[in-house]
Design a protein around this ligand. Structure first.
Ligand SMILES: [Zn+2]
Length: 77
C-alpha cells in the first residue's frame, strides 16, 4: 500500500497522494489556467500565491507547499 507523500493517508493507486490531496492538486491545475489568463502568473508565482493568501483551503495549501519545496531552487544554496 502506498501512502500519501503529504499526510501519510492511504494513497490512490494511480498516484502518490491520497484522494483529498489528489483532488486539491486537480483543483490547483484547473484553476491555474484561469489565473494564468487573468494575471499572467507563472506556475511558480501561482504556487507562491496559493501558499500566501488566506483563501486557500488547507488541502490545497499543503499541496502547494509541497510543490514549492520541490521546485524551490533557492533551497539548494
Ligand atoms: Zn494526503
Amino acid at each position: 500500500m502506498k501512502l500519501c507523500t503529504i499526510c501519510g493517508r492511504e494513497a490512490l493507486r494511480e498516484g502518490s497522494l491520497c484522494r483529498y490531496h489528489q483532488e486539491a492538486l486537480d483543483n490547483i491545475h484547473s484553476s491555474f489556467e484561469s489565473w494564468r489568463k487573468a494575471n499572467g502568473l507563472s506556475w511558480e508565482e501561482y504556487i507562491e500565491v496559493l501558499c500566501e493568501i488566506d483563501e486557500t483551503g488547507q488541502w490545497v495549501r499543503e499541496v502547494a507547499e509541497q510543490i514549492k519545496s520541490e521546485n524551490d531552487p533557492s533551497k539548494e544554496t
